[in-house]
Design a protein around this ligand. Structure first.
Ligand code: SAM
Length: 210
């Protein structure tokens, strides 16, 4: 599903600095205390058009949320939701998550969500996968004692690559499903999920580092 380039996105984003922060290349800022209250922090990496994290924030006002996304044309769709109905516990962050550990203190995050991450199937692109060991070591440092990663994908190979990597990097699988929609686990459908669950199962795992 290719996203159309939105030439108005950059300007729109620049008009709403209280709803969205943008960081070029390796720029960063510590956002741990952004919401100035000591509530659990949850991050989605690659939030795309934002339905998942927006709905999470709407239904969990007692937690604070960050949606990280690389591209203006995608994140502006999420921004539009918060322009229509602002949420005090959600910040959009247009930034590259390879620098995630510069945005938060160690042991500060409760949950990191990876929903339908780009599979990067070629071996030479393995480092870009959001479950590459270099990403998992950042997540391990950022998550607090009860912290965990939740991952959903329709991509069989990405799922089993990720599963193997979590295990070989010393993580514990807390939950696993090879057909999430056949379980009674509560689920917020992402935009990609709505589209790709028509053609096959959705894989899910929840993992913690200790
Ligand atoms: C396949 S889309 C899935 C979007 C959404 N999670 C969903 O399920 O509908 C993956 C998204 O991850 C974003 N992404 C990939 N690598 C990223 C990175 N290093 N930092 C932030 N976002 C990233 C892409 O720009 C893309 O919008």
């Amino acid at each position: 599903m290719r996203l159309r380039f939105d030439k108005t996105a950059k300007e729109k984003i620049s008009q709403h600095p209280t709803l969205i922060r943008t960081y070029e290349r390796d720029e960063s800022e510590n956002l741990t205390a952004y919401f100035a209250r000591n509530h659990p922090l949850e991050v989605e990496i690659g939030s795309g058009k934002g339905r998942f994290i927006y709905t999470k924030a709407q239904t969990h006002p007692e937690h604070d949320f960050f949606g990280f996304e690389l591209f203006d044309s995608a994140i502006v769709k999420g921004l539009n939701k918060t322009i229509k109905q602002p949420l005090p516990n959600l910040l959009w962050v247009r930034a590259d998550a390879q620098y995630l550990s510069r945005f938060f203190d160690q042991n500060s995050l409760q949950t990191i969500y990876l929903n339908f991450s780009d599979p990067w199937p070629k071996a030479r692109h393995e480092k870009r996968r959001l479950t590459h060991p270099s990403f998992l070591s950042q997540y391990a440092a950022l998550l607090n004692d009860e912290g965990h990663v939740e991952m959903k994908t329709d991509n069989h190979d990405l799922f089993f690559y990720s599963r193997d990597t979590f295990l070989s990097e010393g993580w514990t699988l807390m939950e696993e499903s090879h057909d999430l929609h056949q379980t009674d686990r509560p689920n917020i459908m992402t935009e990609f999920e709505e589209r790709f669950s028509k053609t096959g199962p959705i894989y899910y795992l929840k993992a913690r580092r200790h």
